[in-house]
Design a protein around this ligand. Structure first.
Ligand code: F6P
Length: 337
């Protein structure tokens, strides 16, 4: 068999470990031929690819980013600048010309949606979920999340000491446009006093009352963790918006930190390396068995697969009664409501 791999959308730690998991299993276990498309669906569209042998796959386990590159090319969305009349047709032609038996698409929600559409066009597709946001529908966990969580937690730990020295309210913004998983988990792991996530509507007065109460209890500093996607006015970053409001309402000295792309960079954690290896290897096992149109997933602690059809176009968000939110509340963490 001959298989193609691509990584699309925003990068995260663990993509290379996943590529290695798919590729090595294909070559070592099944004797398959492997090619890697460069820059996501763009490579598939423009037939830009590299043959991947075992040597090329060696040393990838610990590397951040993606050796294949990535892009936000959406094959089912026509742009004026596109040189192709019909992008899905071009992709189907390339897939056939290259003699591919299967295509592995590593990516977040948008990628899984495209993977499903390509499967509907008749391609043998397997999706592998990745994102630090952990918001891919159909899986309990995405790789990249654990790595980002450890970076964000370390940042919050570091803010504690400087917050303490200056007796300030430190507001830290964690990635997560739609979902608050990373902000919630990093906030809980880092001992945040206030955690604001997009899924829970907050009242700024509840936040400021809580901070003033803390200060009356002679708690000399506070850590406020906010997800980038919380509701706000204007186009200021979430942390700046919240810090300004806190300072205006309470007169407390505030500072903001926007962690940004640091969260997506660098080497994956041990947990993400293992998880990526498991997902990648499992994807190749499915291909060998002739099972397609599926996304590899982790459910109830097991590596399994779900139909792409069920995943495409949906998001996995926090629910306000998430057990970790409940646990936080029982410790006195403020969620702004
Ligand atoms: O990887 C997911 C994510 O980090 C989101 O939380 C964030 O909003 C988005 O990617 C930004 O990515 P980019 O700037 O690469 O489009």
């Amino acid at each position: 068999m001959k298989i193609g791999i691509l990584s699309a959308g925003g990068d995260c730690p663990g993509i290379n470990a996943t590529i290695r998991g798919v590729g090595k299993t294909a070559i070592v276990k099944y004797g398959m031929e492997v090619i890697g498309f460069t820059e996501g669906f763009r490579g598939l569209l423009y037939k830009d690819y590299i043959p991947m042998d075992e040597k090329l796959l060696s040393g990838l386990l610990t590397k951040g980013g993606t050796v294949l590159g990535t892009s936000r090319e959406k094959p089912f969305k026509k742009k004026d600048s596109d040189p192709f009349e019909d992008k899905p047709e071009e992709i189907k032609k390339n897939y056939k010309d290259l003699g591919l038996d299967a295509l592995v698409c590593i990516g977040g929600n948008g990628t899984q949606r495209t993977a499903n559409l390509l499967a509907k066009e008749g391609l043998n597709v397997i999706g592998i979920p990745k994102t630090i946001d952990n918001d891919v529908y159909g899986t309990d966990l995405t790789f990249g999340f654990d790595s980002a969580l450890s970076i964000a937690t370390d940042a919050i730990d570091r803010l504690h000491t400087t917050a303490n020295s200056h007796r300030r309210v430190m507001v830290i913004e964690i990635m997560g446009h739609h979902a608050g998983w990373l902000a919630l988990y990093a906030g809980m792991a880092g001992g945040g006093d206030v955690i604001l996530v997009p899924e829970i509507e907050y009242d700024i007065n509840k936040v400021t009352d809580y901070l003033q109460e803390r200060s009356m209890q002679e708690k000399s500093f506070s850590i406020v963790v906010v997800a980038e996607g919380i509701k706000k006015e204007g186009n200021k970053p979430a942390a700046r918006y919240i810090a300004k409001q806190i300072q205006e309402i309470t007169g407390m000295e505030t500072r903001e930190t926007i962690l940004g792309y640091i969260q997506r960079g660098g080497s994956p954690t041990a947990t993400d390396r293992i998880f990526s290896t498991q997902l990648g290897g499992y994807a190749t096992d499915l291909i060998h068995q002739g099972i397609f149109g599926q996304m590899v997933a982790k459910r109830d602690g097991q590596i399994t697969h779900v139909p792409l059809e069920e995943v495409g176009g949906k998001l996995r968000l926090l629910t306000p009664d998430d057990p970790l939110i409940e646990r936080g509340r029982s410790l006195g963490v403020c969620f702004g409501n």
